[in-house]
Write a new protein. Structure first.
Lengths: 296, 389
């Protein structure tokens, strides 16, 4: 029995560190969806580009962890704003399906363009800080897991502050509520959307660097699976709702760890996407979502 | 009206261009050159394997050309990248045979990729020899149980490799219980896992836990936690270096300090980069050859390779060199550019003194030869012991 609890606690720790990365990526999905009602499929690839920014910042510019993280966030943020400006803004009044297909196109462009630029070979992320393992009564915690958790929480707190306490955050909430009314109130909606993409992408970029440091290996297709999982996390928590993305991410990470730990690791991905199907069947609006009737 | 006319002219040009390119494609083998193809992992997750193998094949061809080539002609190598993916490997095989008109193909490193392209070889009657693909199904069709006539390998097969590691685990490491952690998307890993288990249990050992992952996974901690709870004496991870590196790293972080064993999929300079030199201590894997081996054939090869590429050849380079040489010998013996005759001669290879040991191809087209066990010490491969078939 004792060993079971040991394992359970260890799996919870494994799951939370994995889940906080899903949460960081899910935030970008949710913010963009909240404002534009667009599922930005290129988001997972922005996360990949963020990891590469971090990689080059540490290997070429010889920056330490925190400056490299900031460089990657700024780089990914600018990329997100550029994608919005170049690919999505011209389609603002086009049917939603057109924008969705564009998003898939941008995603493929980033993946295979990335292969062309940085080669498909996986790269080894340099050691930016020493990984210390703490053994507390048989439970193993790694300093990198702590860093991931702390950085994720810090970024989420900053984000919550920006959204709830600043002018631009107020504008974002207004635009998410009703874009046309917000425009009538004198809010520069284009600017708000651009800002949203910037913030969301910066968070994904941070996630990319954290993953690079944690798993030690990055490649141009690394964004596909985490991107999909983060999308599941966003839907699980209630898409468009910021705290929902955080909760959804952590829950998904923990479920994956528990499934691979107590059932079988081969069922892990099946469980993640099975959850998506269940949510869509029983509570399409997600854990924190309210049922809103679509205006017809 | 003008535009309509213009379109017609354009269409005519297009048809002409197409016909021209089609007939050009039928040109085939130029008279003073013999083309060999290489369908290898130049990019993707097994890229270091394919690049080493290409270097090995190129060195063999260069040496033979320097001595006057074969059948009075110079050899050339056409390399097609299969991107470490099975579907791409079948495409690359098609291209090498139908477009490049290669006489024989150096087949992919990964068993799954060789199997994916096998039908193309059979249909076109052009042989493919894989330097290292070690799954039995590469040369034997599992549905009919018949040998695939045009498929060969220069390597020993998984049953041998799996049982070598199982014997090593029980005899040299004194292991009583084992955990097996395989790559579920790879025929190679599944084969090794199966044969390791058979031999290990025959030796009186017990497989405490069997787990699986998928290629491109990055987080193994949940499963490793489970393996840790089972507390086996040895952990067998017969995957490829990309995931194995992360597994070894994460296992050591989780406090799994037992010996970790693997197969030839570990042989890459990337492994210490990913796992870290420290974490790799107390790990062992089966391989086809070791550059530290003192046999004269290996010494000559290692020197020639170092001179050409400035690095120590890994097993993929050595086996690909051997495979290419075996094909060239077969062409010489066949004394013809008939692909079926070349295949027949290759199948007769017996006691061929190759770099990686003396190779005899058995009736299943598998190489019968010795294996070595490599120990990782501070990130470096060291020669541990040699095991004969």
């Amino acid at each position: 029995m004792e060993s079971f609890f040991h394992q359970l606690i260890q799996q919870l720790i494994n799951g939370i560190s994995l889940g906080s990365i899903y949460a960081l990526i899910a935030l970008g999905y949710t913010m963009v969806y909240g404002i534009m009602k667009l599922i930005n499929f290129a988001h997972g690839d922005v996360y990949m580009v963020g990891a590469y920014f971090g990689f080059f910042a540490t290997t070429v510019l010889h920056l330490s962890f925190v400056p490299a993280l900031i460089v990657a966030m700024i780089g990914a943020g600018l990329l997100g704003m550029f994608i919005e400006r170049a690919a999505y803004r011209p389609l603002r009044d086009a049917p939603k399906i057109a924008v969705l297909i564009t998003a898939i196109g941008v995603s493929l462009l980033l993946e295979y363009g990335g292969m062309l630029l940085v080669t498909p070979q996986p790269r080894t992320f340099p050691k930016v800080f020493e990984a210390v393992t703490y053994n507390i009564g048989g439970i193993v915690v790694n300093s990198q897991q702590i860093v991931i958790l702390v950085v994720s929480i810090l970024l989420m707190v900053i984000l919550t502050y920006v959204v709830n306490r600043t002018m631009i955050g107020k504008a974002m909430r207004a635009a998410s509520f009703d874009m046309d009314a917000a425009r009538l109130m004198g809010i520069n909606v284009d600017q708000v959307v651009s800002f949203t993409f910037g913030i969301g992408s910066a968070l994904a970029g941070a996630g990319g660097v954290l993953v690079g440091v944690y798993y030690n290996s990055i490649d141009p297709l690394m964004g596909i699976m985490p991107g999909l999982k983060a999308f599941v996390a966003a839907v699980l928590g209630g898409i468009g709702i910021i705290p929902g993305a955080m909760i959804g991410g952590v829950i998904l990470g923990v479920i994956e760890a528990l499934v691979s730990g107590f059932i079988s690791s081969t069922f892990r991905d099946a469980a993640a996407f099975g959850i998506l199907i269940l949510i869509l069947l029983f509570k399409p609006s997600g854990i924190l979502g309210k049922n809103v009737r679509e205006k017809v | 009206m003008v535009t309509k006319k213009f379109k017609k002219v354009l269409a005519l040009f297009a048809v002409a261009a197409l016909t021209a390119s089609l007939t050009a494609g039928c040109g085939g083998q130029s008279s003073n050159e013999i083309k060999l193809g290489a369908n290898l992992e130049m990019t993707g997750s097994n890229a270091t394997f394919g690049q080493s193998a290409t270097n090995g094949a190129k060195l063999a061809i260069k040496q033979v050309n320097a001595k006057g080539g074969v059948l009075g002609k110079q050899l050339s190598l056409v390399v097609a990248d299969n991107k470490s993916e099975a579907a791409e490997a079948a495409n690359a095989m098609q291209k090498l045979i139908t477009q490049d008109k290669a006489l024989a193909i150096i087949a992919p490193i990964a068993s799954s990729s060789v199997i994916a392209g096998a039908q193309v070889n059979m249909d076109n009657k052009v042989l493919a020899i894989s330097p290292t693909a070690s799954n039995p199904n590469v040369t034997v069709d599992p549905t009919t149980g018949k040998v695939r006539d045009f498929l060969f390998r220069a390597a020993f097969i998984d049953p041998f490799q799996g049982s070598v590691m199982a014997n090593f685990a029980t005899k040299s490491l004194n292991g009583k219980t084992a955990a097996i952690y395989i790559d579920n998307s790879s025929d190679y890993a599944k084969g090794l896992g199966k044969f390791f288990k058979e031999t290990f249990e025959k030796n009186g050992g017990q497989v405490a836990i069997e787990e699986a992952y998928l290629a491109k996974d990055t987080d193994f901690k949940a499963t490793l936690t489970k393996i840790k709870a089972a507390n086996p004496d040895v952990l067998f991870v017969p995957g490829y270096y990309q995931e194995v590196g992360m597994i070894v790293k994460q296992a050591r972080e989780m406090g799994l300090m037992m010996p970790i064993l693997g197969g030839d999929g570990w042989d890459s300079a990337k492994l210490p980069e990913i796992a870290g030199a420290q974490a790799l201590n107390n790990t062992f894997f089966a391989n086809h050859y070791s550059p530290d081996d003192n046999s004269p054939a290996i010494k000559t090869f290692v020197e020639a390779y170092k001179q050409e590429y400035g690095q120590t050849p890994d097993a993929f380079a050595a086996l690909s060199y051997d495979a290419t040489m075996m094909v060239i010998e077969a062409i010489k013996r066949a004394n013809s550019e008939d692909t079926v005759k070349i295949k027949d001669e290759l199948a007769k290879t017996k006691d061929y003194a190759a770099v990686s040991g003396t190779i005899t191809l058995n009736e299943m087209h598998d190489a019968v030869k010795s294996a070595v066990i490599i120990e990782m010490k501070d990130g470096k491969q060291t020669f541990k012991e040699k095991i004969n078939p």
